[in-house]
Design a protein around this ligand. Structure first.
Ligand SMILES: NC(=O)c1ccc[n+]([C@@H]2O[C@H](COP(=O)([O-])OP(=O)(O)OC[C@H]3O[C@@H](n4cnc5c(N)ncnc54)[C@H](OP(=O)(O)O)[C@@H]3O)[C@@H](O)[C@H]2O)c1
Length: 326
């Protein structure tokens, strides 16, 4: 038996239960992992509330990102062996546990330069930044990007990495303290959207032209001003709904506001094969090793304090990545 955080129903933080669970032996194609560090993601809140589009069957262990050691290997697994240090960002929950079974195809072996803690703090958020800035809208040196929630987990990776590519980053945040933080992490301009108008800043910084791209994980609250910040034929890349879902997209509005492009991006559609997963992870690990991105771990919680972490992140009190220790 191992300790785990499970939900038996969707709802508020009181549905998070600290329980003993049986893990068992890996079946064909599976691994049993002993976690060392577990990543927290805003997505975990959506899954807990039952508003994530791909919901697990109940009861379910939450969590989609972790690092650890391979304890046992099922039949037919190639390239991963007992004792390997590995990490994953899986679409299938199960990370909030001391140990778990997982399909080996979701797991990558960690290079020596990437610690377990860095991996658990970076896999989902860093690979999200990887596909957004290289394969969704590949921003180029000299372009200007508006990045929302720039002090958040994904947001810091985006800002640092875009800046390393020579992109001019305008970051938005919900407090003045977070402004300082993003200016130290890639943003050339920082906007507290609670007291300042980011659309005006975006126009001012680009001499009225508008930004080339918006990378937006906030959703509802920032949508209208985001598309009003874009240049003609600019790209609205929405990849999250932290403030609530977007309104239905109005194609006429996209037309009259400048033949704008809109996408609702999801990591699982940028990791359609093992080759795409391995390439994304390798690009991230190389960027960390080169110093283009530096994983910022803003908070650490014990796994049994999971409810506190969910509350702090939901209320915007956190910065950078959040990890659970065991
Ligand atoms: N599509 C994908 O592939 C993909 C992959 C990973 C994550 N995501 C999404 O990306 C977003 C960021 O994930 P993360 O784990 O890195 O979280 P995070 O950015 O660390 O936390 C969310 C941040 O959003 C901001 N925010 C603005 N309005 C908010 C509101 N009404 N309620 C709560 N937060 C609000 C807060 O920052 P301020 O205080 O600065 O406003 C808060 O810190 C999430 O929506 C997540 O679901 C999508």
């Amino acid at each position: 038996m191992v300790n785990a955080v499970r939900i038996h129903e969707f709802g508020d933080i009181d549905v998070l239960k600290w329980e003993d669970i049986e893990v068992g032996d890996p079946g064909p194609g599976e691994l049993r992992l002993r976690h060392t560090v577990i990543g927290f993601n805003f997505l975990d809140i959506a899954v807990r509330k039952g508003i994530y589009p791909v919901l697990p069957e109940l009861p379910s262990v939450l969590g989609t990102e972790a690092a650890g050691l391979v304890e046992a290997v099922g039949e037919g697994v190639n390239g991963i062996k007992e004792g390997d240090r590995v990490a994953y960002a899986s679409t299938f929950p199960g990370a909030y546990a001391e140990a778990r079974l997982i399909d080996a195809s979701q797991v990558v072996v960690l290079p020596g330069a990437i610690s377990d803690e860095i991996a658990a703090a970076s896999m989902l958020k860093g690979m999200t930044a990887e596909y957004l800035i290289h394969r969704c809208y590949p921003a180029k040196a000299g372009e200007t990007a508006l990045v929302h929630a720039a002090a958040g987990g994904v947001g810091i990776f985006l800002s640092q990495w875009l800046a390393a590519k020579g992109v001019n980053v305008i970051g938005t945040v919900g407090s003045d303290a977070k402004k300082e933080m993003i200016l130290a992490n890639g943003a050339a301009q920082a906007v507290n959207y609670k007291t300042e108008n980011f659309q005006e800043v975006a126009r001012a910084v680009t001499d009225g032209a508008g930004v080339d791209v918006v990378y937006d994980s906030v959703g509802k609250d920032h949508y209208e001003r985001s598309i009003d910040s874009l240049r003609p034929r600019g790209y609205m890349v929405n990849f999250g709904n932290s403030s609530g879902p977007l309104p239905p997209i109005d194609s006429v509005e996209l037309n009259v506001k400048g033949s704008l492009f809109f996408t609702k991006a999801s990591m699982r559609f940028y990791q359609l094969s093992r080759a795409e997963l391995e390439a994304s992870a390798a690009t991230l690990f190389d960027a960390i090793a080169a110093g283009d991105v530096k994983t910022v771990i803003g908070q650490r919680y014990k796994l049994e304090d999971v409810a506190m972490a969910h509350t702090d992140v939901a209320e915007g009190r956190t910065t950078g990545s959040t990890v659970f220790t065991i």
